[in-house]
Design a protein around this ligand. Structure first.
Ligand SMILES: [Zn+2]
Length: 199
């Protein structure tokens, strides 16, 4: 899965979880109508979670593994899915995150753990157990050639439904969120503060 799929679906799931938590707290009460509800839920989620960090978290395993496995260690692994695509990565982030939350009430590492964990699910890492269960298993060397990686990705985007359908789904999930951010806070202010303020 690529950028739009990861960012869109991760934010969409977080928004859905916020909506479920809201209903559990207040029942059916609260704002009615899809647009009003979406504004309200987005603002509440942004109060609990830095949405900028959430977007980075959704891509974190790729941000680390792609340059590492394709450029720095391209001759050894030739794959963009390495150590941060192993289960131990989000588990270690979650363990450190729980500790940080307990000591300082800072949720940043828990947000990274959620984003990285969902990233592994969306990448269907169970299909490559040798990577998923590293370091119990050995990381596969020379899994592929890093040459032409970008070309293969672009070809997949144009011809392979397994590549382009999740990207379209992610873009659709991001549209309402982008609308609320642009309409309410403005993109520059959002990038500076990470908050969504309703007018
Ligand atoms: Zn990935």
């Amino acid at each position: 899965m690529l950028i739009l799929g990861h960012v869109g679906i991760t934010c969409g799931v977080a928004l859905a979880a916020e909506e479920v938590a809201l209903r559990a707290r207040h029942g059916g009460a609260g704002p009615q109508g899809f647009a009003v509800k979406l504004r309200h839920t987005t603002a509440l989620l942004a109060r609990h979670v830095d949405l900028r960090l959430l977007m980075v978290a959704s891509l974190l395993p790729d941000i680390i593994d792609k340059p590492l496995g394709l450029l720095v260690l391209g001759d050894v692994y030739g794959s963009g899915r390495l150590f941060c695509h192993a289960l131990i990565f989000p588990v270690a982030l979650a363990a450190a995150g729980l500790l940080l939350w307990h000591v300082r009430h800072v949720s940043a590492l828990l947000i990274l753990a959620y984003g990285a964990g969902l990233h592994l699910m969306l990448d269907a890492m169970w299909r490559t157990p040798a990577v998923l269960f590293w370091p119990i298993t050995a990381m596969p060397a020379h899994a592929a050639s890093p040459d032409g990686w970008l070309q293969r990705v672009l070809e997949g985007l144009l011809s392979n439904p397994a590549t382009y359908v999740p990207e379209i789904a992610g873009a659709i999930m991001l549209l309402p969120l982008a609308y609320v951010i642009i309409r309410e806070t403005g993109p520059v202010r959002f990038l500076r503060s990470g908050t969504v303020e309703l007018h």
